[in-house]
Design a protein around this ligand. Structure first.
Ligand code: 5GP
Length: 111
């Protein structure tokens, strides 16, 4: 069964999509943690960064470039990209996604 993000790709549930191409999709997080909080996902359903294979490297690199484009388009030169890989790291949706966060002070290290 597909994840909730597969349903967003398939337009079975709504999302505010901010970028799309053949390989990737970017949409606003439903529970924004910053003024800019967008999720960038590959359309191919890789489970997590920890589950990626060498064959996925180009696609994952493309997703990171999309993260930069999303920040650019929103007018942010300073931003954070985070991916939680595995339940213990806070992953709750098991379709690889990169959080793009900006628009407030971002402390380091994260909690
Ligand atoms: P994770 O905890 O896996 O790193 O991040 C999952 C993110 O997906 C969370 O920030 C959560 O708010 C977001 N999310 C979960 N369900 C939906 C949904 O149906 N639509 C959107 N736009 N975001 C979602």
């Amino acid at each position: 069964m597909g994840s909730i993000f597969q349903k967003i790709i398939d337009r079975e549930i709504p999302a505010t999509i901010v970028y799309e191409d053949d390989e990737a999709l970017a949409f606003k997080d439903i529970n924004a943690a910053a003024p800019l909080h967008v999720l960038v996902i590959p359309k191919r359903p890789i489970v997590s960064l920890g589950a990626m294979s060498a064959d996925d490297a180009q696609l994952v690199g493309h997703c990171l470039f999309v993260c930069k484009q999303v920040a650019d388009a929103a007018g942010f030169s300073d931003f954070r990209v985070v991916t939680n890989s595995g339940e213990g790291a806070g992953q709750s949706v098991f379709h690889l996604h990169f959080h793009v966060l900006a628009g407030r002070p971002l402390k380091w290290p994260p909690g």
